[in-house]
Design a binder for this molecule. Structure first.
Ligand SMILES: [Zn+2]
Length: 308
């Protein structure tokens, strides 16, 4: 364990958090506004807040588990009752953009406007001031952490460089943030997402396979004292067969000895109080191009043509 990482409370061996990105229509509309004209695509997305979230809330209650729900502003405006129900049932609501905008390459002022719009909606709809942020599509700009720190966020959960929460610097004059890292292998999109002409691999995996894979990851995190963070989308993982597998997984993870199952906000506060040092990310500097000495014949790669 490095000095940047959190130490778990006494009696805790590892942590786990079940997180739900309530993207609903927003991620489709951000990807391609023309998808608004596809009634069936929109219904695929609205299944999340309309049908799946109530089922997921009941499953979480059955286990006595509190979870973190990342709610884009557009989702909160479109489904205010669902959004309020999440908060009223004792779960954490966190920030996930306004229209699930892909921030990659966006300038600071524009990105801050999106963050502020999302904050305003969560405040107006659910009376929530979120402490956590997850970038839509997990796409962070190098300047994003500073914007979050300056708006008072306590943690981010969009980066992929750790097994355990750590504290990191956001820039001169700005507060630190805690990062609670994620993992593509722990995202239900890669297992289940499929809609013709929009997204998905064309393969819809079996919930039994996802359960096996995620349970294996949870036991490995438990072994090494890590932080298991599962990212689910209600319109995917709230369908009956998948919800049943999720129910089974939550039970198995919660039963691991010394496994602390809680919200990302609680995990972040543990990190804030125990990380001994502050990590600094470094943007790679591109090296100068390699050029052949004058008078030599350039080599032509054949990789992909005749290699086994
Ligand atoms: Zn999302």
């Amino acid at each position: 364990m490095s000095e940047f990482e959190t130490t778990w409370p006494d009696g805790v061996r590892a942590a786990a958090s079940f997180t739900f990105d309530v993207d609903a229509e927003s991620c489709a509309l951000a990807y391609d506004p023309a998808l608004a004209g596809r009634m069936s695509v929109m219904s695929h997305q609205s299944y999340g807040p309309r049908v799946a979230v109530p089922r997921i809330l009941d499953i979480l209650d059955d286990h006595g588990v509190k979870a973190t729900f990342f709610v884009p502003g557009f989702t909160a405006e479109t489904y205010p009752d669902t959004t309020r129900a999440i908060a009223e049932r004792g779960h954490e609501i966190a920030h996930h953009g306004y229209l699930h905008e892909n921030m990659l390459g966006m300038g600071e002022a524009d990105e801050l406007a999106v963050i502020d719009r999302g904050l305003a909606v969560l405040r107006d709809v659910a009376g929530v001031v979120p402490t956590g942020y997850r970038a839509p599509w997990w796409e962070m700009n190098w300047h994003t952490p500073k914007l979050l720190a300056d708006r008072g966020f306590r943690y981010d959960s969009s980066l992929l460089d750790g097994d355990r929460p750590y504290r990191f610097a956001t820039g001169p004059g700005s507060a630190d943030l805690v990062e609670i890292p994620v993992d593509w292998a722990l995202d239900d999109w890669e297992q289940y997402a499929f809609f013709p002409g929009w997204t998905g691999s064309g393969v819809i995996e079996s919930p039994a396979k996802a359960l096996e894979m995620w349970h294996h990851e949870a036991t490995a995190h438990h072994r090494w004292g890590g932080c298991f963070v599962l990212t689910n989308h209600p319109f995917l993982s709230g369908r009956p067969g998948r919800a049943a597998a999720l129910d089974e997984l939550i039970g198995r993870v919660a039963a691991l000895d010394g496994m602390w199952v809680t919200t990302l906000a609680e995990i972040a506060e543990q990190a804030w109080s125990t990380c001994a040092a502050t990590f600094t990310h470094t943007r790679p500097a591109m090296p100068t191009p390699t050029t052949a000495p004058a008078g030599t014949t350039p080599h032509t790669s054949t990789i992909g043509e005749d290699t086994p």
